[in-house]
Each structure stands twice: as C-alpha cells, then as structure tokens.
Design a protein around this ligand. Structure first.
Ligand code: CMC
Length: 432
C-alpha cells in the first residue's frame, strides 16, 4: 500500500506519496505539489532533494557505505580493474571474459586521437589549467566524431571512444605543457599501463613499466568512478536533460569537477599541506585557522555532504599511500614524502578536535589521493584530471540512465524571488 505524508497549509490538507528505494531510503514525492498547492519547496544546495531515481550507485553516509551496482567499493578496489568497473557501472553487470576482452580491444582501437586535435592544444597558453583544456577538448571531440554510435548496444562505442581518448588527451596535455614530444599508445598495454607510458615515456629515457603503479592507478580510478548525484554528475544530468549531445554533457561535468570544493580538492589538499610546511605553521595553528569563520583557510580534504563518518574511499586511499610511498622511498634513496607526515598529524589532530567531531568532519577521498598521485610522479595541476578520467564511466552511466528514463524532464528548478517589486523605468536624465 502506498504511504503518504500529510501537508497542511492554509487550513487545507494534501496527501503526498512516499516512495521507497531498494535500500529502504524514503522520499516524499512532491511532483504534484505546485500544481495542487501553488507552493514550491526551498532547498539551496539540494541537501534534502532527490533529483532522480537511480540504480547505479548506493551510498550510506551515516554508515560509510559505497557500492557500485550493489558491489561494495572495498571488493572492487581489491579485485577489479578500472575497465571492468567501468563496464559494470555502464551496463549494470560484471563482464564475462569475452565481453571484457572485447571491451579492452575496443579501448585500444579507439586510443589514437585525430592528429588535427593536436593543433588545438598547441594554441593554449602554456600556463592554462589542464582541466580547462580537457573540458574544451571533450566538447571539441563532437566536431571530430559527430555521430553517436551504438547507443542502443550494451556498451556504446561512443562511450568507449570517450573513455579511451580522454586518457590519451590527458597525457598529451601533460606532454605539450612540458614542451615534450607526445607519445602514442601501445596496443599491448592495459588501460592504466598505457596512461603511464604516454605520460612518462620519452625518447631519451624510455619508461620502464611499473606494474605496482598500474595497480595503484586502477584502484585510484575505481575509487573515483562514481558517487551518485554529486556536483559534477548532477551537472551532467542537468545539462543532458536539455538533450544536448553526450560530449557537451561530459564537458560540463569536467568543468563542475574542477572546483576546489569538489574534485579540485585533491590539488587544494597538496597546496594546503605545502602552505603548512612553507609557512612553518604548527598543526595546532592550522586546525585553529580552519575553525575560524572569517579565515578562508579550510581543512581541504575534510568534510562531505553525504558522509558523516569516515569516507570508505579515504580508508582505501590511505592504505595505498603506504604502497606507493614504499616504492618511492626505494626509488629516491630512502626519502619519503614529508607531506604525508603532515597529513597524518593533521588528520589525528582534527579527529580529536571537538569542532570536527561535532560537525562530523572526517577525511574524504581527496585527503590522501594527492599524496598517492605525487608518489606516482603526477604533477599537481594534473590531479583533478586524474579524478576526471576516473569519474568518466560514472558520468556516462548516469547520462545513459537519465536519457533512457521515461520520467525524464528538462531540469528547470524554480526560485523564490527576493528582488524589487514592480518598478517603473526612469529615463536617464531623471536618474539621480
Ligand atoms: N574545514 C573546516 N570547516 C568545515 C569543513 C572543512 N573542510 N567542511 C565543513 N566545515 C564546516 C562548515 O564551515 C560548516 O560550519 P557551520 O555549520 O558552522 O556553518 C559545517 O562544517 C558544515 O559544512 P558545509 O560546508 O555546510 O557542508 P556542505 O555539505 O555544504 O559541504 C563540503 C561539504 C565537502 C563542500 C565541505 O565539507 C568542504 O568545503 N570541504 C573541503 C573541500 C573538500 O575536501 N571537498 C572534497 C569533497 S569529496 C570529493 C568529491 O566527491 O567532490
């Protein structure tokens, strides 16, 4: 039997249906609210608003749970690969051996870029941020590959083309920013190995593939692959709802991800740790500044809209720091990353501080991810690009789900107007 919530306004009572998700989450269905009552709801930042029904990712912020298509993130991080996880997110099931091989082959087939795309890169100022470049380049892809192919197939070739080429574009942006020759992908390498090859191989010092780093990269991307209706995914769905092409919707997602409160936090965390180090701040001073309302200094990599406990991705990322830093120490004659020590001290102090405890502020995925990426040799301004490569399958899965949703409507919120009431136009000579 359908449950209802009762709303009484101006002496009249309205019944609003309550809908329940497969994990027992409940929502009041207000679709008929304005039609029946003339009222709208008010929820800036959408903290209490469900924008869609989705079968892709489940999060429980109170219990620190994250699952893709029902599978816990911990199991995927331990046992899966990024390509397999991408397949899972987009199609809803794990691939069998043949499906996985076919997907990998297609990712390799699509890995080259149209040579003319290179000219676009060359005209960017050398200090341009790679996220701005990536967003523009993904939008530009539409001009090179205008037809959307096999959208009705289990996994569209357009999606695989995007997943493959975004990785090539990211590595190419890095090479061009360094003024180095771009490196072409190799068909015998896996998705992650090919990325490292295109980033770090050069004609003077050939890159020796490090399979522990490939594994770390896979885990990094799996942890970022989807996160239900976050800022950038919501942007993909909102932009997509106007029936724009998939490249434009993904490009909007990349732009949204760039912000320091969202994916840009991984870069901001490293900048914060460097600031603490360079300005000689003590941990207590940093914590005190983060708590001050009038100080712009925040504890980047801490806090989350949904998680009110330790982010399960941050737990896995913290463990990965050990693995990659061990490697890095071996490669750098025993020197570790002093920023990790600062990060760990900062975490311990914040977790014991009543301000952070009362507000349920815990480390999120970005707190340790920058340290992992640094140890891999990824430059700081590429960190958010790494997040974008990882989040792409999630954006595609969500775009697909949205575009196939029979309940889909163009996203068009309303507002409460607080400006001037009716005001006459004043001719310029009569104005004060
Ligand atoms: N340092 C200090 N105070 C904080 C922090 C922080 N990192 N995060 C939240 N607060 C305080 C905030 O000032 C507010 O205090 P008050 O109630 O006194 O006004 C309270 O905690 C609630 O925070 P909020 O900003 O209202 O919460 P939100 O859900 O709107 O924002 C957030 C969530 C992630 C934007 C925020 O916690 C933040 O800015 N964190 C730092 C940036 C960051 O690490 N972002 C990455 C998020 S995870 C990656 C991703 O998926 O995007």
């Amino acid at each position: 039997m359908t449950q209802h919530a009762t709303l009484t306004i101006d002496g009249k009572t309205f019944q609003l249906p309550v809908i329940t998700g497969s994990e027992g989450e409940r929502a009041i269905d207000i679709r008929a609210l304005r039609r029946e009552t003339g009222l709208i709801t008010f929820d800036p930042g959408f903290g209490s608003t469900g924008s869609c029904a989705s079968a892709i990712t489940f999060m429980d912020g109170e219990r620190g749970i994250l699952r893709y298509r029902g599978i816990p993130i911990e199991q995927l991080a331990e046992k899966s690969t990024f390509v397999e996880t991408a397949y899972l997110l987009i199609t809803g099931k794990l691939p069998n051996r043949e499906e996985l091989t076919r997907t990998s082959v297609m990712l390799n087939d699509f890995s080259l870029l149209h040579e003319d795309l290179k000219f676009f890169y060359q005209n960017y100022p050398s200090k341009a941020h790679p996220m701005g470049i990536l967003s523009a380049m993904v939008n530009t892809m539409r001009s090179f590959y205008p037809e959307l192919i096999d959208l009705e197939e289990e996994i569209s070739k357009t999606f695989l083309r995007l997943i493959s080429k975004v990785r090539t574009m990211a590595a190419m942006a890095y090479k061009i920013s360094k003024g180095h020759k771009t490196v072409y992908p190799r068909p015998n390498y896996s998705y992650g190995a090919n990325f490292l090859h295109m980033m770090f191989d050069n004609p003077v010092i050939p890159y020796e593939m490090d399979y522990d780093m490939v594994q770390a990269l896979n885990v990094f991307w799996i942890l970022h692959a989807d996160h239900e209706q976050n800022c950038s995914t919501a942007a993909v769905r909102v932009v997509g709802s106007g029936q724009v092409n998939v490249y434009a919707a993904i490009s909007a997602g990349i732009s949204a991800l760039w912000g320091p409160l969202h994916g840009g936090a991984n870069q901001a965390v490293i900048q914060m740790l460097e600031q603490i180090q360079n300005e000689g701040l003590t941990i207590a001073q940093a914590i005190a500044r983060a708590k001050k309302k009038d100080d712009p200094f925040k504890l980047m990599g801490f806090g989350h809209r949904v998680y009110k406990t330790y982010d399960p991705r941050a737990k896995i990322m913290k463990k990965m720091c050990d693995l990659v830093l061990k490697k890095q120490r071996l490669n750098s004659n025993g020197q570790g990353d002093t920023l990790l020590d600062i990060a760990m001290e900062l975490e311990n102090a914040a977790l014991q501080d009543s301000y952070f405890q009362e507000k349920n502020l815990y480390p999120n995925v970005d707190f340790y991810s920058g340290i992992v990426l640094r140890a891999m040799g990824i430059p700081t301004n590429m960190f958010t690009v790494m997040f974008a490569i990882g989040r792409l399958p999630g954006w595609l899965a969500q775009w697909q789900e949205d575009s196939q949703d029979p309940m889909r409507k163009i996203s068009r919120p309303r507002q409460i107007y607080t400006g001037e009431t009716l005001t006459d136009y004043i001719p310029i000579d009569e104005r004060e």
